[in-house]
Design a protein around this ligand. Structure first.
Ligand code: ZN
Ligand code: ZN
Length: 159
């Protein structure tokens, strides 16, 4: 007999909304299976699901995406999976606050924040495409400047 009692098997507990404490229900948002709250319409994204959500519009890889969480503050809401207090952060320093479990279980998004993530990612994507284009143009300009024909053209101007 174990004095400490048998270790409970890891069971799929019904995950509860960190805000309303009601059971979350599975739903599909943007092709992802997430758990949403029927009361406040918030949603729980598993750790990698936020990344998958972003990748639907922006798949330039981690490097281009940069840092997700810069700073975070404590909250009194609890992780639906481990009851750890969630931390609040500004998503990629945008004006969008969401919460995450410090044990990396997932992210809590309030109603429609997934749509804002997609919107912001579209902007990021446009920004990266712009800078990639600008870089290409600069490289092309440098090549042209270094080429003999360009220099001879410049010299020609002063003749
Ligand atoms: Zn709720
Ligand atoms: Zn957790």
């Amino acid at each position: 007999m174990w004095l400490s009692g048998p270790q409970p098997d890891p069971v799929e507990l019904p995950v509860k909304c960190p805000q309303c404490n009601v059971d979350l229900v599975p739903a599909v948002r943007h092709k992802l299976k997430v758990n949403t709250c029927p009361t406040c319409k918030g949603m729980w994204l598993e750790y990698q699901e936020l990344d998958e959500l972003e990748d639907e519009v922006f798949d330039f890889g981690e490097e281009a995406k940069g840092t997700l969480v810069f700073q975070s503050t404590s909250t009194t809401a609890q992780c639906p999976e481990c009851s750890e207090f969630l931390k609040k952060f500004r998503y990629r320093l945008y004006d969008l606050e969401m919460e995450f479990c410090p044990k990396q279980h997932g992210y809590w998004l309030v109603e429609d924040e997934d749509n804002r993530v997609l919107e912001l990612m579209k902007k990021e994507e446009a920004g990266v495409k712009r800078s990639v284009r600008a870089e290409d143009q600069w490289t092309a300009t440098l090549k042209r400047m270094r080429s003999g024909s360009f220099l001879s053209k410049v010299r020609d101007l002063f003749h």
